[in-house]
Design a binder for this molecule. Structure first.
Ligand code: GLC
Length: 745
């Protein structure tokens, strides 16, 4: 017994020594340390902190900055983006410290959006899980792998509300709803940053793109944004504010202008709202060369003017543009910017470096052993599989799904064997050389009986070649069920990937029509990064499963879902239109003075409608089916009157009346019937995801107060107004039970 204890104690000691080894050294408290450091810094050394250059590799715009190695040697750089890996970042850090008189460490930033090496579903897909724990966990895993690889800072979460699926970057965000987007944004910041930024498994987060980048006219990336301050504050800003409430360390400005002022030069956004009203005390980095872009915007007359306008507006760090480096000292000498403005920016950046522990130990995140033992941990891969399963959205099913192992299945389509696109865009260091399991590989592992499954591409995603189609049709003809895995290339979504036509690209739909002629049940599996227009598919397929880009473990998740091991529980975070002509289309729209009531409307002509389409979307926000059935009943309000300082309880019974255990996202919406300004037909105010065993029923409760009913009234005051309200509770934004209450103030 004694011997065992000794061994245990020795092990415990060695572990603690190891832990202490990575514990940063003790130095002075932050304010004291930073103030003393700044007192020693020259103006050049201060300006260098405001400068970020990109290492070789990923560039997401005009190649910015001079040779970054030379700039580091000259002590001109405070941060580098796109450098990853313990060895490489240590090399650059050493080069920097060897040339830094005051030994000020570099800050390494990188786009870790939905995973660093273990890749989770794209953010739009993960949001379809409506599971905040998944959002937090995926960010924790991303941070752990990134921090273990020498990365200090991620340019995430992207929190842009988006109502236009032509815009490729809808894939990176949380969709169209402000309430859901705000909850997801908060969870993701908490996941990335944890409770201790000096821990070696947490990193700085960066809320982007501030602001309203998702409202680009015509869904064309980088295009003009123009909206009322009320819409800006009510729809687009709350997810950003949620990240400030979560303690986010940094913000990134957006490329777009809003009402004539580019965000990167907007004092209103950066100093009045972000650093003023919201009291944000982190630092603001621009998007890639966004300061330079003030010139083509027609907002700055030259690069010096662009630098002056940006610093005055509240931009602290220049991403890749080289403008702060080239111009700030001259602007200071000319009296066009102040020492205080430079000092404030510099302090904010130095404080972030302090909070990470970089002054305690500049190599705190450079530990080869930790890097090796952290990447692809089994618990991380398991988390990615879990997230992928929960993000699947079943859009249609006439009973064809789930598949049975004894059936003969013809798997076809350009993405059935894919292990490249499956991890989506912005996949950081995700492995595209075959580490991710394709759907084909996963099904082959699951269905081992010979002759039960066949796999044929049939067509390409975009290329119109037809030479592979016949073989696919022949195999399909001899099957019981056809599963067609189709969608978009990953680079057809994400940045600089707007589409005017959001149908399935290429001849995929033509191939589906040929398959349809065989008279077999067809399951369409969609791998895509945006809502697509699927009216023909909805009319002609027997089942449709939206899998997004499901990540490293996505192949397994799709196989498990198709064969019923996972019962899909996702709900759409963004509306799927009938046609692109309806865009922008979203659930929380206004009623107008001539609302069209559909076929039952006695007035069919002079109403807000189209003559060639119904107003309704193909699949609404919050929609998603299950292999089981859920029934709602017994909607009850604790009262039909809500007092200004009171609370109202709403309860509903949800029963699983089908043949499978399943999860349902119970959604709670409110309508403010009359306001001093017009109000949306409904707004999401709560949701709960619950597991219901088959044959069971649960009562789900929500609670609201007048605070939940506030909006920017006619005087732009953020208040609730007395009057009539309606509540809707159901499994999507388009269905459910409803009741009424009155708010009395
Ligand atoms: C890109 C993107 C931004 C990204 C940055 C750094 O242009 O707009 O989301 O974080 O550059 O890669």
């Amino acid at each position: 017994m004694k011997f065992t204890n000794t061994i245990f104690l020795l092990l415990a000691c060695s572990a603690s020594i190891y832990a202490q080894k990575t514990k940063p050294a003790k130095i002075k408290p932050r304010n004291e340390f930073v103030s003393e450091l700044m007192a020693k810094m020259t103006i050049d050394e201060k300006i260098a902190q405001l400068v970020q250059f990109t290492a070789d590799g990923t560039v997401t715009g005009p190649k910015g900055g001079d040779n970054f190695i030379d700039e580091i040697k000259k002590g001109n750089v405070g941060s580098i983006l796109n450098a990853t890996g313990v060895e490489y970042t240590r090399k650059l850090q050493k080069l920097n410290l060897d040339n830094s008189r005051l030994k000020i460490p570099l800050l390494f930033g990188y786009d870790v959006i939905h995973g660093y090496r273990t890749i989770f579903p794209i953010t739009l897909g993960e949001t379809a899980s409506w599971d905040l724990d998944i959002a937090k966990r995926s960010s924790e895993v991303a941070a752990a792998e990134a921090a273990a690889s020498g990365v200090h800072w991620t340019f995430a979460p992207m929190v842009d509300i988006a109502r236009d699926p032509r815009w490729g970057r809808v894939s990176e965000g949380a969709g169209e709803d402000t309430y859901l987007g705000s909850k997801m944004a908060f969870a993701r910041v908490k996941g990335f940053q944890g409770e201790d930024l000096m821990a070696t498994n947490t990193i700085l987060a960066c809320t982007k793109h501030f602001a309203a980048y998702g409202a680009a006219e015509a869904g064309r990336d980088y295009n003009t944004v123009d909206m009322s301050e009320r819409v800006l504050r009510e729809t687009y800003l709350p997810p950003f504010k949620a990240t400030v409430d979560a303690g986010v360390a940094t913000f990134m400005t957006s490329f777009n202008e809003i009402a004539g002022v580019p965000a990167t030069g907007s004092k209103f956004l950066l100093r009045d709202i972000l650093k003023g009203e919201w009291k944000f005390n982190g630092f603001v980095v621009t998007d890639y060369t966004a300061i330079n872009e003030l010139i083509p915007h027609g907002f700055a007359k030259d690069s010096a003017n662009a630098g002056e306008l940006s610093l005055k507006a509240g931009v602290d760090m220049d991403m890749v543009g080289g403008i702060y480096l080239k111009n700030l000292k001259k602007l200071l000498n000319q009296g066009k910017v102040t020492q205080a403005q430079i000092d404030d920016a510099c302090r904010r950046i130095l404080e972030a470096k302090y909070d990470l522990g970089l002054f305690h130990d500049p190599y705190l995140y450079n530990d080869e052993k930790r890097e090796k033992s952290t990447i692809y941990k089994k618990e991380f891969l398991d988390a990615a599989l879990y997230a992928a399963n929960k993000s699947m959205v079943l859009l249609k099913n006439n009973g064809t799904l789930p598949l049975r192992k004894e059936q003969k299945i013809a798997f076809v389509g350009p993405l059935v064997g894919d292990d490249w696109n499956i991890i989506g865009s912005w996949a950081a260091t995700g492995d595209r050389t075959g580490y991710a399991t394709s759907i084909q590989e996963a099904v082959n592992k699951m269905i081992t009986e010979k002759g039960k499954v066949t796999f044929d591409k049939g067509v390409e995603i975009v290329d119109a070649r037809k030479d592979m189609m016949q073989k696919a049709l022949d195999n399909a003809r001899n099957s019981d069920v056809i599963v067609a895995v189709m969608g978009e290339f990953e680079n057809m979504t994400g940045e600089a990937a707007s589409r005017t036509n959001i149908d399935l690209p290429g001849i995929q739909k033509e191939f589906l029509a040929e398959l349809k002629k065989l008279g077999k049940p067809i399951v369409l599996v969609l791998m895509n990064g945006r809502p697509l227009t699927l009216s023909w598919e909805n009319d002609n397929m027997d089942a449709i499963l939206e899998v997004w880009y499901p990540g490293t473990m996505g192949g397994e998740a799709v196989a498990q879902t198709l064969y019923g091991i996972n019962n899909p529980s996702g709900k759409l975070p963004m509306t799927f239109p009938r046609s692109v002509g309806q865009v922008p289309i979203y659930y929380n729209h206004k009623n107008t003075g001539r609302p069209y009531l559909g076929a039952k409307d006695p007035e069919q002509k002079y109403k807000s409608r189209y003559i060639d389409s119904d107003n309704s979307p193909l699949y609404p926000f919050g929609y998603g089916l299950s292999y089981t059935k859920f029934e709602y009943s017994n909607l009850k309000l604790s009262s039909n009157t809500l007092n200004a300082n009171g609370k109202l309880k709403i309860s509903v019974d949800v029963a699983n009346t089908g043949n499978y255990d399943g999860e349902e996202v119970v959604q709670f919406y409110v309508k403010d019937v009359v306001g001093s300004v017009t109000r949306p037909v409904k707004e999401l105010k709560g949701f709960k995801k619950l597991l219901l065993k088959k044959g069971t029923k649960q009562t789900v409760e929500f609670e609201i107060s007048s605070d939940d009913l506030r909006f920017y009234n006619i005087d732009m005051k953020f208040v609730a107004e007395p009057g009539d309200f309606e509540v809707f509770v159901g499994g999507s934004s388009a269905t459910g039970l409803n009741d009424k209450f009155v708010l009395v103030m």
